[in-house]
Every structure is written in structure tokens, then in C-alpha cells.
Write a protein of this length. Structure first.
Length: 386
């Protein structure tokens, strides 16, 4: 099998697997005060320091969670409940962890969603964001945005958004799950408007089931979980020491040669793109025209007249794993809400696949995709659109 769906999850890095095995052998609750508990606590806090270093923040500002979804929920619900104001400013085309959370708050808590449009390349329109943030900012509970779009890979103008948020006194949450490990992230370099930032371990070669929320020292959130008061009383519950240690190991490995790996993935992506265009000239690449404005390992392509879902299944049968890039809610394929937000029609939004490369992707993997594509595309095209 050739695995080209790293944006969904990526294989454990060897460093993370070894760290997980070692730390799993340790005993002790890090909240206990006996020697075993203190040793567990030291492992946990060392891991927190290492993750904090990769984000450019203080260790106390790292709150471990069960993953990116919990981190996003904690940031959005926590900020909304802790502040006056009913509006949530968010771009169109966000990840469903954000969209569904905001829509839930709209249904049950009276939130008013102020949606900022995207341009045709999937980029947040800063003029519209400025208009939203400057309109009665006292009534805005928070703003939230992706650092990089998880489908088409568009890297967003996060610095400008943070500056706009700071100017208007609005706390900003950034979903950096897709960007972490692929582009440099330094929360200190952003304006003071950044209150929270979410990341996940399994997208960078760490284990599933752990993520983190950067929470600025002065940020106030209502917790989702109550209990022992761990982690600044923000996220109660016994912390998973072994997972945290493995997360830190994966984070160190991902950041060790971030620039070199980004160049390698961008070159592989270009080879895949050139091959796809040669084999299927009508294929259309989604996202920014300038490749450096996309995540280096993300390639999102529309195949006109062909169902993306059908193409996925045929490629899967040929031993190549890709994604449609569309949201599958409870196993029901939907048109890509990101492409719809970019102004594409529903037919185009059902015709795309997402190819995402990762730390173990090789030239052989890309060549296998290109070898399988002509027959797969011909077969999927025969099926037409649903």
C-alpha cells in the first residue's frame, strides 16, 4: 500500500514509538506526591517544556488535551463562555471541529456567527475580516481561524489577523493542527491578540489521543472538564504521561529539519502535480497559484467530470490511499465545503481528491500514484457523477 493521506493522520515516527514504549513502563500519577508520582511529573513537565519550545511559548501556556478537537472546543467554548459578547468571527471553510462547535453554540447558547468569506484561492479576505472585527468589537466574544486550510493547504495571513484582533481587543484562537510541523510557528512573533492555538500529535508522527492548546497567560476560559484542577484549572483529569512524552519526541523530530523537509515535500508535490497534469490535462489544482503559499505536502486537485469519491475507491483498490478532501459526516460523503466557500459549484466540489505527503513519503510513492492514475481516472470517469 502507498499511503498519501498524511493530513488525516501520519504514521508514528520511530522516535515517538520508542519514547512511548519507554514512558509506558513508568508508573505513577503525576499528581501524586510520592517518588513514583514525582518521577511521572518530571517526565510530563519535560514533555511540556519541549512542546512549548516548538510553539515559542512558556511551558505553563501549554495545556495537554486528548487531541486537536478537544483543544479547539476548549478554546472556542471556553473563550465564549468566559467573555461578554455574543458574536464569533470565523472564516468560511473552517475545519468541522470549529464549524460544528460554533454552530452548536449558536443553537444552544445564543452565539451569533459572523462569517468572513474566502477568496478563490481559499485565503481569508482581510478586508472582510477587518470590517467584522471593527464593527462593535465589544460584542465579539472571540475570533477563530485556521493557520492553514486542512483541505487545499492555503496558508492564512495569521499575523495580520492577530494584529487586527489585538487592535480591536478581540481574543483570537488559531487552529494550527494542519500547519504544525510543516510551517514555522512562533506565538511570540504574533500580536497580543492571540489568546489560544490548537495542535495535535498524530498529525506530526505522534500518537493519536493527545494534543495541546497554547493558552496565553492572560487568557481566561471556562473549562470543559471539572475535577482535580490540573493544568491551571483549565483541563482537569489525570494526564497521559506516556502520550505526552511521545508527543514531545515527535515534535522535536518534526522541528529538527522543518525547512529541509518542507523543501523535500514541496519537490515531491511538484513532481506529483506535473505528472497529474501530463496524464490528465483538464485537472485543476485548488488553492494558491503560488506553491509557496500552500502547505508543502498538500495537493488538492479537481478532476472535471469525475467523482472524487469514485476516484478514491479505484485508487484504493490499486493500493494507493488518498482522500476526497470532503467532509464525511457519519460516513456520508458531502461536497467539499471548502471548495464551495471558494466559489466552486457543487459538481466541482464533489470532483476533488486530496493528496497529502508526510515524513515517510518517498519518490517511489509518488510514482506509484502516477502509475495508478490513468486507469483509475478512466474507470472513475465512466461512473460519472452521483
Amino acid at each position: 500500500m502507498v499511503y498519501l493521506d498524511h493530513a488525516a493522520t501520519t504514521p508514528l515516527r520511530p522516535e515517538a514509538r520508542e519514547a512511548l514504549a519507554r514512558a509506558s513502563a513508568a508508573v505513577g500519577n503525576p499528581a501524586s506526591i510520592h517518588a513514583d508520582g514525582r518521577r511521572a511529573r518530571r517526565l510530563l513537565e519535560d514533555a511540556r517544556e519541549q512542546v512549548a519550545e516548538t510553539l515559542g511559548c512558556a511551558p505553563v501556556e501549554v495545556v495537554f488535551t486528548s487531541g486537536g478537537t478537544e483543544a479547539i472546543n476548549l478554546a472556542i467554548k471556553g473563550l465564549f463562555w468566559a467573555r461578554p459578547g455574543s458574536r464569533i468571527v470565523l472564516p468560511d471553510g473552517e475545519h468541522h471541529a470549529t464549524l460544528d462547535t460554533a454552530e452548536w453554540l449558536e443553537r444552544v447558547a445564543g452565539a451569533v456567527l459572523d462569517t468572513v468569506p474566502l477568496d478563490a484561492e481559499g485565503r481569508i479576505r482581510l478586508d472582510a475580516a477587518r470590517e467584522s472585527l471593527e464593527h462593535e468589537p465589544a460584542d465579539i466574544a472571540l475570533a477563530t481561524a485556521l493557520w492553514a486550510n486542512n483541505e487545499v493547504g492555503t496558508v492564512q495571513p495569521v499575523g495580520a489577523l492577530a494584529a487586527l484582533s489585538a487592535e480591536n481587543g478581540v481574543p483570537l484562537h488559531v487552529d494550527a493542527v494542519a500547519a504544525y510541523g510543516h510551517v514555522p510557528i512562533d506565538v511570540r512573533a504574533l500580536a497580543s491578540g492571540l489568546a489560544a492555538l490548537s495542535v495535535s500529535a498524530h498529525k506530526i508522527g505522534g500518537p493519536v489521543g493527545i494534543g495541546a492548546l497554547y493558552l496565553a497567560r492572560d487568557a481566561v476560559v471556562e473549562p470543559l472538564l471539572h475535577g482535580g484542577g490540573q493544568q491551571r484549572n483549565v483541563r482537569s483529569g489525570t494526564q497521559d504521561v506516556a502520550a505526552a512524552v511521545a508527543f514531545a519526541a515527535a515534535a522535536r523530530a518534526a522541528m529538527r529539519d522543518l525547512e529541509g523537509d518542507a523543501r523535500r515535500l514541496a519537490a515531491l508535490r511538484q513532481r506529483a502535480l506535473d505528472g497529474i497534469k501530463a496524464l490528465v490535462p483538464e485537472a485543476v489544482v485548488n488553492g494558491p497559484a503560488r506553491p509557496e503559499e500552500r502547505l508543502p505536502g498538500t495537493l488538492h486537485v479537481t478532476f472535471p467530470g469525475c467523482s472524487g469519491e469514485a476516484l478514491l475507491f479505484v485508487l484504493d483498490a490499486a493500493g494507493v490511499s488518498v482522500s476526497t478532501g470532503s467532509a464525511c459526516q457519519a460516513g456520508v460523503p458531502e461536497p467539499s465545503h471548502v471548495l464551495l466557500a471558494m466559489g466552486r459549484d457543487e459538481r466541482d466540489a464533489r470532483s476533488a481528491i486530496r493528496v497529502t505527503l508526510g515524513h515517510d513519503t518517498s519518490e517511489t510513492d509518488v510514482e506509484a500514484l502516477l502509475a495508478a492514475l490513468p486507469a483509475a481516472h478512466a474507470q472513475a470517469a465512466l461512473a460519472g457523477h452521483p
